[in-house]
Design a protein around this ligand. Structure first.
Ligand SMILES: Cc1ncc(COP(=O)(O)O)c(C=O)c1O
Length: 421
């Protein structure tokens, strides 16, 4: 619990390899946010809709036949369902999808068409959103540390809504993006979250109102407060405390003549990776609704920046066994995707996944490894798996977030082809 994420790598932008070329990346100056050959737009891969209507084993076999493996399948119906569920459960909360979780153009367009807004972390992500037809006024630049050039680009492009958590950043914003709307990010407890973000981000409570006052003095528009309880947060208490801290700050700011218009409750909303997981957005939403209404006047706009919760459940990774051996008395299966690829979330996101197969025979203690020549590329040291052969399918549900977004080409092995169906 509470690991620090190896921040920066997770956006994929710091190590992308360029445009997706002939397989359908966004055209023009917008960079591809996934690796070359990785994503294939819906209009290009042409997966028949009938395949998605098949039962799961048939569907997987048909997809493997059509596309090969490894294959990341993002189900648009699930994206829509998760977005609508979130909006229904938290009707007061305006959604800014954090595209770092999965920047596939068709994912962004799906949320765009549902009226969504977007959270970006870099100039590359702004360009990418604009290339998908997102209006600049639907974007928040929610990285508290921004390159001066990125601020200048954002400002020219009409993205004038950013977060910050320190005074030097405010001077930078005032210089490179004058007049911007700013949210001050508060440091909040991340207990019970898998990814700890407060190690790196957020100002102490007592710094917040003075920083908002400073923003105003610098000609910026201090509009509110933001926080992030850490990613995959299953502890409602973390949200509760953060809401209470934010509510105190709203009162304090008002007393200092700084009326707060907005509270950004960040991301962190958990998903169920395993059948046995019990906590999800719906188990927390009732208390969240009540507490938001109790603590914040109706005039205060509440926004959120969910990433994982919107895209995680929509993704299924299909891999195949490409080698097997017995080592230390255990079955050792080598898959065609590994921790340098779409299982990179094991490293960067501290994520654990449920591995499923199409056979239901007796299970044995097994080890799953990736395809590269590195022993670090070990996916799981302890999985109960049926006897598998070279060619057997191993698939993983709920892996749409922080997976293909941080996948590499290490050893010349490309990550999974990503399709949105
Ligand atoms: C500023 C910010 N907003 C939103 C998110 C999305 O968080 P999650 O995927 O936990 O919802 C992140 C994740 O790192 C983040 O850093």
């Amino acid at each position: 619990m509470g690991h620090s994420r190896l921040a920066g790598l997770k956006n994929g932008t710091s190590r992308q390899t360029g445009s997706a070329g002939s397989n359908g990346a966004a055209k023009g100056s917008a960079p591809s946010l996934l690796n070359e050959r990785q994503f294939v737009l819906a209009g290009v891969h042409k997966t028949p809709a009938s395949i998605m209507k098949m039962n799961l084993p048939k569907r997987i076999n048909a997809l493997v036949k059509l596309h090969g493996t490894p294959l990341m399948v993002i189900d648009r119906r699930v994206l829509e369902q998760e977005y609508k569920r979130f909006a229904r459960l938290l009707p007061r909360v305006k959604l800014y999808y954090a595209i770092k979780a999965n920047p596939h153009p068709d994912v962004i367009k799906t949320f765009r068409d549902l009226g969504g807004c977007f959270d970006v972390a870099s100039e590359g992500e702004i360009r990418h959103c604009l290339a998908q037809g997102i209006k600049p006024n639907r974007i928040i630049f929610a990285n508290t540390i921004k390159r001066p050039e990125a601020l200048e680009y954002a400002s020219k492009a009409g993205v004038d809504f950013v977060t910050f958590d320190n005074e030097p950043e405010l001077y930078k914003i005032a210089k490179h993006a004058p007049g911007c709307r700013v949210l001050a990010r508060l440091k909040v407890g991340n207990l019970g979250s898998i990814v700890e973000l407060s190690l790196k981000f957020g100002a102490d409570e007592e710094q917040m109102v003075p920083m908002l006052a400073k923003a105003k003095a610098l000609g910026l528009r201090p509009e509110g407060i933001s926080f992030h309880v850490g990613s995959q947060c299953t502890n409602m208490e973390s949200y509760q405390r953060a809401f209470e801290q934010a509510s105190r700050l709203v009162r304090e700011a008002k007393e200092r003549g700084l009326p707060i218009k907005m509270v950004d409750i960040g991301g962190g909303f958990p998903i169920r990776h395993f059948r046995s997981d019990t906590v999800g957005v719906e188990t927390m939403a009732g208390q969240m609704r009540r507490e938001l209404d109790r603590l914040f006047d109706k005039e205060i706009e509440i926004i959120a920046e969910p990433g994982r919760a919107l895209v995680g459940p929509a993704g299924m990774l299909i891999t195949r066994v490409v080698g097997r051996s017995i080592r230390n008395n255990k079955n050792y299966y080598y898959l065609d995707d590994g921790v340098y690829g779409d299982f990179s979330g094991i490293v960067f996101d501290h994520c654990k996944y449920e591995f499923r197969t199409l056979v239901t025979t007796q299970k044995y203690a097994s080890i799953l490894a990736g395809p590269t020549c590195d022993s670090f590329d070990t996916i799981s040291l302890s999985e109960e798996m049926p006897e598998l052969d070279v060619g057997s399918v191993v698939y993983v549900p709920n892996i749409g977030a922080y997976s293909c977004a941080s996948a590499l080409h290490f050893n010349g092995i490309p990550p999974a082809k990503v399709i949105v169906v």
